[in-house]
Design a binder for this molecule. Sequence first.
Ligand SMILES: [Ca+2]
Ligand SMILES: [Ca+2]
Length: 186
Amino acid sequence: MAIVLKKGGSFNLSKKEPALKKIMLGLGWEQKAGNQMDLDASVFMLGANGKLVAEEYLVFYNNLKSPDGSVQHTGDNRTGAGDEDDEMILANLSLINAGVNEIKIIISIHDAATRRHHFGLLQDAYIRIVDVENKREVLRYDLDAEFSGNSDVEFGKLQRIDGDWNFVASGLGANGGLQGYVDMYA
Ligand SMILES: [Ca+2]
Ligand SMILES: [Ca+2]
């Protein structure tokens, strides 16, 4: 059964799911009539100073793998056509560079400002975390209902605390696009 977290809620992932080694972030969406929306899942791997460890530690549609090999994006999906996960990021927690203290998971809508797109225009848009080994869903957020009016959202963050990974369901909607996060963390 998936853990349902309220915004801002957090839990110790390493203690709650001790067997969890590989996780999959799944992003799915369906278009409503008249809109052609391209959602993107991205991961920012930050050091103790709150900035990207290096540029290549931003994993997104233009950089599919982190230098430590721990995080891999399976490729851009521009339409959301098809059921289930349309865009996926795989992470192997045991391979994460020791210099990475925090991992931010960002969902954004491509070119949202000029196209006036926001999550409320979608149908069945969600982001979820799945335990790769047993296919169990650990966490899920509905994006269309929760973030109508926003074009991007910090879905959650993984924080390394005393060697354990803690997950915080930040659920922070924003409208600066992927570039807004790049400006913050690069
Ligand atoms: Ca995409
Ligand atoms: Ca879909």
